[in-house]
Ligand binder design. Structure first.
Ligand SMILES: Nc1nc2c(ncn2[C@@H]2O[C@H](COP(=O)(O)OP(=O)(O)OP(=O)(O)O)[C@@H](O)[C@H]2O)c(=O)[nH]1
Length: 361
């Protein structure tokens, strides 16, 4: 199975001072995190965070400073990891079983996720296991208002950790939790004080659950957490005006803190023509790829028995993974979109257009 031999990567993100290093310190010292290769990305010539990480001999902590992985250091990640793995091998240390990357506080994690998919060397050795985002409970709502990076970090995360809850009121924590759920309804939320949380809760959100678990499709997609919009697969769809709104059930627009971030599930109840799928995704990516923060999908096509898993970030898609035929309960295709300023209606109307065009061919 393709994903099983790849090394899992966990991305630890969160705004400046949100408690990433504090968490990482606890995280890497837990028994299940032995043999972890830790990469810390810091701004500035002399990074300090890596010196704050206390770790065992089995771990290697490397620092990447002078820039941000999501912009200036893109090309450096594969070189850094390659050198680290070579060094570990040269020292006869066990090869790591996991990589944790701590981003800078201002990182846009979609750029890092894209890099993991597009860099040939990285894509053939590593798989994304989870994106963990720390959110400071004392400052969280103000940070969300002021910084787009913080919203994006939250929107693409699999696990959200509200840190410093000891410094916030119960009401403040609850308001923040509600806001996080609006931005990212599928992410698990945890409250953390001084990084005290079992590392086991932070890993394992990827499509491949590891050697013993195989594919964990439902847990990966979490389609049930999102407002669901259905494709209009009625034969008259092509003649209907493009601006009709078959998706009137979705909740009213963004909240004051969401800056247009929208998370929804689009489902299609019948098998999809491969050409229609390709044309639809092509047009979505070319018209609004930069606004697609994350896309996950389980797709059932007319020309194959087994479902496909798709995972995309902005314009970039992983090669589709073929799932075992019985790994999904039904034959409904489900697409989870986390977008900025892209309405579910637009996605649905474009789908209906290509679906209907296929029907009248
Ligand atoms: N009271 C309290 N302080 C915390 C908690 N978590 C972290 N801190 C403190 O918050 C400060 C910032 O924490 P860091 O772990 O350095 O945050 P960071 O996200 O790595 O910060 P940057 O590297 O600047 O992005 C430190 O002084 C921590 O000791 C917490 O749960 N409660």
């Amino acid at each position: 199975m393709q994903g099983q031999s790849l090394l899992p990567i966990n991305v630890l993100t969160g705004f400046l001072g949100s408690g990433k290093t504090t968490l990482l310190n606890r995280w890497v010292n837990q028994p299940s995190m032995r043999n972890t290769l830790v990469v810390i990305n810091e701004f500035g010539d002399i990074g300090l965070d890596h010196q704050l990480i206390t770790h065992s001999d089995e771990q290697v902590v490397i620092e990447m400073s002078t820039g941000c992985l999501c912009c200036t250091l893109r090309g450096d990640l594969s070189r850094t990891l390659q050198e680290a793995l070579d060094d570990i091998a040269a020292q006869d240390k066990p090869q790591p079983s996991r990589v944790v990357i701590e981003t800078t506080g201002l990182a846009e994690p979609t750029s890092l996720l894209k890099l993991l998919m597009t860099d040939h060397w990285l894509a053939h050795r590593f798989k994304l296991d989870s994106v963990v985002c720390c959110v400071d409970a004392a400052n969280g709502l103000a940070t969300l208002d002021a910084h787009w990076e913080s919203q994006q970090q939250i929107a693409v995360a699999d696990k959200l950790l509200m840190t410093k809850t000891d410094l916030a009121s119960e009401e403040g924590v609850s308001q923040l939790a509600n806001q996080l759920a609006k931005l990212n309804p599928a992410a698990e939320q945890w409250q953390v004080i001084n990084g005290e949380l079992s590392a086991d809760l932070l890993v394992g959100a990827g499509l491949y659950g590891g050697d013993t678990k195989g594919f964990q499709v439902e847990q990966w997609l979490k389609a049930g957490s999102y407002a669901v919009h259905q494709a209009d697969t009625h034969p008259d769809a092509f003649s209907a005006p493009l601006n009709r709104s078959p998706l009137s059930t979705h909740p009213p627009g963004g909240s004051p803190h969401s800056d247009g971030i929208n998370a929804f599930c689009f489902s299609v109840n019948e098998l999809i023509e491969p050409d229609a799928l390709e044309s639809w995704l092509d047009i979505l990516m070319s018209l609004m790829g930069d606004k697609m923060l994350r896309i996950k999908a389980i797709v059932h096509l007319t020309d194959r028995e087994a479902p496909l898993a798709l995972h995309g970030v902005q314009h970039i898609f992983h090669p589709p993974a073929s799932l075992p035929a019985n790994s999904v309960g039904d034959r409904v295709s489900r697409f989870v979109f986390i977008t900025q300023n892209v309405a579910p209606d637009t996605v649905a109307e474009l789908y209906n257009f290509f679906h209907s065009s296929k029907e009248v061919d």
